[in-house]
Design a protein around this ligand. Structure first.
Ligand code: DHB
Ligand code: FE
Length: 289
């Protein structure tokens, strides 16, 4: 049986990817961001999963305004890094896991969540920046990520967006799907995006540390209270792009305690302002054995 070993939560700021790709991680501005991930990179080596189920949002890269799936699961064998206007990031191709992805699609759709099946999709910073933060940049001669990744894209760009509660419930369904897969695989589920940020309009640059801190506290120990936050509160309190945080609830809904098991162990917590226009938040939760 496959099972979820841990969940990882992290912001996905594109400038972080650019800092890595352009060799600027040692600059003072960036040092204080990256030092929050030193623990995480070692943790990834010590807790290598067989597959990462990576919840992220596409930023009008693979999906234009022509077609906007609310929830889309990547079932391909491979996914290319996207060209977001300045060439694709120099990162490895993402290897998928078509068999597990198809199984999860079957199970989750039968649990009444309508997923869009995506057999071809390029991956933007929403997915590749979290991978770089957690895994480092693999050397050119070792051009691969540590394990296959199932990309799971959520629409948080074009309204209407899914509620936090729906995302939380979807996480529960994903957990059931994983646990009914007949191979013994260790799966990590990642929720990415956030924290507070607003990129446009009169409130551009908004950061709300109080909201972010309270969200992190709730996410760790009172996940249902985090799921209860109405979508408009994210926008009011955390900015128009702060709504990306609902994706963290998908990962949190898949943890043991939500299904009646033991509380997760907080392995790591980090918060830093600023990175570009964003507050960076990062948490690692481990399921007890
Ligand atoms: C920024 C943050 C994001 O989450 C994003 O998708 C684009 C830009 C930023 O802070 O610049
Ligand atoms: Fe984003």
């Amino acid at each position: 049986m496959a099972h979820i070993t841990a969940s990882v939560y992290t912001s996905h700021v594109p400038a972080i990817g650019a800092a890595i790709d352009l060799g600027k991680t040692g600059e003072p501005y960036w040092q204080s961001v990256f030092k929050g991930y030193d623990f995480s990179k070692q943790w990834m080596k010590d807790n290598k999963p067989d597959v990462i189920f990576l919840v992220y949002n596409d930023h009008a890269t693979a999906f234009s305004l022509d077609m906007i799936p609310t929830f889309a699961i990547g079932t391909a064998a491979q996914f290319q890094p996207a060209d977001e206007g300045w060439g694709p990031r120099p990162v490895p191709v993402v290897q998928g896991h078509p068999d597990l992805a198809s199984h999860i699609a079957q199970s989750v759709i039968q649990q009444d969540f309508d997923l869009t099946i995506v057999n071809k999709m390029d991956l933007d910073h929403g997915l590749t920046v979290p991978l770089s933060l957690m895994c480092g940049q693999p050397p050119a001669d070792q051009f691969e990520w540590p394990c296959p990744v199932i990309p799971f894209a959520v629409n948080v760009v074009q309204y209407p967006v899914p509620s936090g509660q729906r995302c939380f419930n979807l996480g529960k369904a994903i957990r059931k799907a994983v646990e009914s897969y007949d191979q013994d695989l260790k799966i990590q589920i990642w929720g990415t995006g956030g924290m507070s940020h607003q990129l446009q309009g009169p409130r551009a640059g908004l950061i709300n540390k109080e909201f972010d801190t309270s969200f992190l506290d709730k996410l760790i120990s009172q996940p249902q209270a985090a799921a209860d936050i109405p979508h408009i509160d994210y926008v009011r309190e955390a900015g128009s792009e702060g709504i990306e945080l609902v994706m963290w609830l998908i990962a949190r809904g898949a943890m043991n305690d939500v299904a009646g098991g033991k509380s997760p162990k907080l392995a790591h917590r980090f918060y830093h302002v600023p990175a570009s226009n964003t507050a960076v938040g990062h948490i690692i939760l481990e399921n007890p054995f």
